[in-house]
Design a protein around this ligand. Structure first.
Ligand code: GDP
Ligand code: IMO
Ligand code: MG
Length: 426
């Protein structure tokens, strides 16, 4: 038995879904532990491309139980659409389960997210506008609706009597948005109850209990360490905990259940939305990385910002992510590069101070510039290589340097989007 968490080690889109898919093969239970449909996860297998937002990619394997945990926020219509798309592609969803404790993203959450983003003149976050922040806000404020409420009309009615007056006041007075009647929300909830009905796992305690012994559990994170609400580039973050620790609160299992935490890093860095990004390349090299790496958002289609690998955030990610090994993806994107840079420290342009560890106050990041070391490229197509020994020498040197920086082993090297384009190291 081995229980593993997959954590994004950068600002998301590191290729977590590809790694989750690989590990799901040998797992019995796959649990998505946080986030919502802000995530966009792509798996390429058997010449087909599958896109996920909420559903664990483990669903592609027959017989695996896929559980969407209590730490997630679920938009009912997006969930329904995703399930239907999978069914249309011939994927069996009978083993898909949702925690009754997961939070529901309501229409007003999306309206508030959109309003906040569209009207911000300063401090725009660049969210996915999927209502994620407002849903988690209501959860923390004890004003949220959980999936279990949908099946208990009396409790729902009592809850709405408490929530709605304040919610409507806020919608109208703060945001200038339309209020909701209790009848309207009740009708929506009846619809949502039907959407979730085949999947709600009321005996989730039994599921977790029975999986405790002898089963391999895989915990699937969304986003990445640098978007973590506690440890990321706050406030330019998402509203949940993608770090390894989030797997516990989001799944219902305690830390004693976790054996390994695999971080996923790209060979460079990308970010979508606003916020500091010290190694960002706003030049031809950045465009080259974006074009070769197809760096456009799965969820919003936005071009991803691109930059050189940042060892400062990598070391930080290893620490706060609780990582035990790293999967390095998209290294093939550098196949045509003469030189590859790695940022090993930050320099404060005001006083020359060098930062080797991550400075958490992001408001001073505008004064930071990257300190680079340069590595020679390998100028070879590595996408067909399947053994570590067969990688070009310069590529192995680059990987060895990253491993030295991480101070944890690189366990997986990914050389292309396909399931097969993978090198298991050690
Ligand atoms: P996630 O959100 O972390 O799951 O990552 P995304 O799916 O949003 O983005 C990663 C993209 O890179 C997807 O389109 C993957 O198919 C693709 N991908 C994953 N690994 C590799 C790789 O090693 N090389 C290349 N070229 N593409 C990859
Ligand atoms: P996956 O799981 C990349 C970013 C948004 C924005 C910030 C807050 O595919 O790696 P939110 O809508 O969550 O309130 O937006 O977080 N963001 C992501 N960036 N990959 C993701 O998910 C992301 N999910 C949210 O762009 O900057
Ligand atoms: Mg993604």
């Amino acid at each position: 038995m081995s229980n593993t968490v997959v954590v994004g080690a950068q600002w998301g889109d590191e290729g977590k879904a590809k790694i989750t898919d690989l590990l799901a093969k040998n797992s019995d239970l796959i649990i998505r532990y946080q986030g919502g449909c802000n995530a966009g996860h792509t798996v390429v297998a058997d010449n087909k491309t599958y896109k996920f937002h909420l559903i664990p990619s483990g669903i592609l394997y027959e017989g695996k139980v896929c559980f969407i945990g209590a730490g997630t926020v679920i938009h009912p219509e997006t969930f329904e659409r995703e399930v239907n798309e999978l069914i249309e592609q011939g994927i069996d969803v009978k083993n898909l389960k949702i925690s009754p404790l997961a939070s529901i993203t309501m229409p007003y959450h999306i309206e508030v997210d959109g309003y906040s983003e569209d009207t911000a003149t300063k401090g725009k976050i660049g969210t996915t506008k999927k209502g994620i922040g407002p849903t988690y806000t209501d959860k923390a404020a004890r004003m949220g609706l959980k999936i279990e409420d949908l099946y208990s009309p009396e409790a729902l009615s009592e809850k709405l009597d408490v929530i709605l007056p304040l919610k409507n006041k806020t919608l109208e007075k703060v945001y200038g948005l339309q209020p909701y009647t209790k009848e309207c929300i009740t009708a929506l909830c009846e619809k949502y109850a039907q959407i979730f009905k085949p999947y709600v796992c009321f005996d989730w305690q039994e599921l977790l209990h029975s999986s405790k012994k002898g089963k391999n559990i895989l915990f699937e994170g969304a986003q990445g360490v640098m978007l973590d609400v506690d440890y990321g580039t706050y406030p330019f973050v998402t509203s949940s905990n993608p770090i390894g620790g989030g797997a516990c609160t989001g799944s219902g299992y305690g830390p004693t259940m976790i054996d390994e935490v695999i971080g996923v890093s790209k060979a460079y860095v990308t970010r979508v939305g606003e916020g500091p990004f010290v190694t960002e390349l706003k030049d031809e090299t950045g465009d080259k990385i974006r074009n070769i790496g197809h760096e456009f958002g799965t969820t919003t289609g936005r071009p991803r910002r691109t930059g050189w690998f940042d060892a400062v955030i990598a070391k930080y990610g290893v620490l706060v992510g609780g990582l035990t090994s790293m999967a390095l993806t998209k290294i093939d994107v550098f196949d045509s590069f003469d030189e590859i840079k790695v940022c090993v420290a930050y320099k404060d342009t005001r006083d020359g101070k060098i930062y080797n560890t991550y400075p958490t106050n992001v408001y001073m990041h505008k004064y930071l510039e990257p300190v680079y070391e340069t590595h020679k490229g390998w100028k070879t197509d590595i996408s067909g290589i399947r053994k570590y020994e067969d990688l070009p020498e310069n590529c192995k040197k680059y990987l060895a340097r990253l491993e030295e920086i991480f101070e944890i082993p690189i366990s997986i090297v990914s050389v292309g989007p396909d399931r097969e384009q993978t090198i298991f190291k050690n």
